[in-house]
Design a binder for this molecule. Structure first.
Ligand SMILES: [Zn+2]
Length: 295
């Protein structure tokens, strides 16, 4: 059993870094966790990555944030139907990375794609209909619930068109790839127009919205066994401080005159090891290289 798990994790790691990786439905599944009244976290646990989808489902309507992969949509739709909510009225996204938005092309007819103005430029090479453009901050009244949608103060963060979603009554914050649980983050500088500085400034913005009871939902949940797949404000702060501390250490090595090879050889102290264990997107070596070359 344990051996199987290790093999599974190894496969995931290999697939994450294989550019030609294809989604294999036989190695993929949907894991669902309720995170608030009428709000569900759907983890698309595939052989390539594990993007989060968020589903709001009340008797009147359903909303899908980050539909994820095309091939997963049959499971997603079946699972939404099983919640007995209304049909999917709106689809939105935290940002335009394939693992979060590919399935937007699957939804037509009664579903509206709701995008912030800076997300619109990403749709030119996608076959998407029924689009409504919105302001940078707006809200939807959903019965007792209220959903706030914010663009970030720094346009350039994880990408250059990120949005966050705040279910005010349930106190659930959807932060997309501003949180990789238990992992180093990916910041998409070249292809996606992101920036390291803007990424952390936008995290300060997230923290300014949260209180001690807020549930912060990651764009990618941990690959390890965890008790819950969201973080409190305090846990999120601690996680981010750890990431920032790793950056200071890498910076210090560079300032001391270590070459990239020497910095990689020295590595980071033991306490950072958990961020690079098991399946992940960014290994410690990749993180050191990324920060060393870009800061
Ligand atoms: Zn992303």
């Amino acid at each position: 059993m344990k051996h199987n798990r290790i093999i599974t994790l190894l496969i995931i790691v290999l697939m994450v870094y294989s550019a030609s990786a294809q989604l294999d439905l036989s190695k993929s599944k949907l894991e669902i966790e309720k995170v608030g009244k009428d709000i569900y976290l759907f983890v698309q646990q595939t052989n390539i990555t594990n993007p989060s989808s968020i589903v709001y489902s009340s008797p009147e309507l359903s909303i899908l944030i980050d539909p994820g992969y095309k091939q997963m949509q049959l499971s997603v739709k079946d699972s939404i139907n099983a919640l007995n909510g209304g049909s999917i009225k709106f689809i939105m996204t935290s940002h335009f990375h394939l693992d979060h938005v590919q399935a937007m092309e699957n939804y037509y007819n009664n579903t509206t794609i709701l995008l912030s103005s800076n997300q619109q430029k990403n749709i030119s090479n996608m076959d998407i209909k029924n689009i409504i453009s919105s302001d940078d901050k707006y809200h939807l009244k959903l019965g007792q619930e209220e959903l706030e949608i914010h663009s970030f103060p720094n346009t350039s963060g994880h990408t250059d068109s990120d949005a966050l979603f705040f279910f005010k009554q349930a106190n659930v914050l959807i932060v997309g790839d501003y949180l990789f649980q238990d992992m180093y983050p990916r910041i998409d500088l070249k292809g996606g127009g992101g920036s390291i500085d803007g990424y952390f400034k936008n995290i300060d913005y997230i923290l300014s919205l949260a209180d001690n009871n807020t549930k912060i939902i990651p764009g990618h949940t941990s690959f390890k066994e965890v008790k819950k797949r969201y973080l409190s404000k305090k846990e999120y702060s601690l996680h981010i401080n750890k990431i920032k501390e790793s950056i200071s250490k890498i910076n210090a090595m560079k300032t001391k005159g270590l070459s990239i090879e020497e910095a990689l050889k020295q590595g980071l102290p033991e306490k950072f090891k958990y961020l690079s264990e098991g399946a992940k997107y960014v290994s410690q070596d990749k993180w050191i290289t990324f920060i060393y070359n870009n800061l």
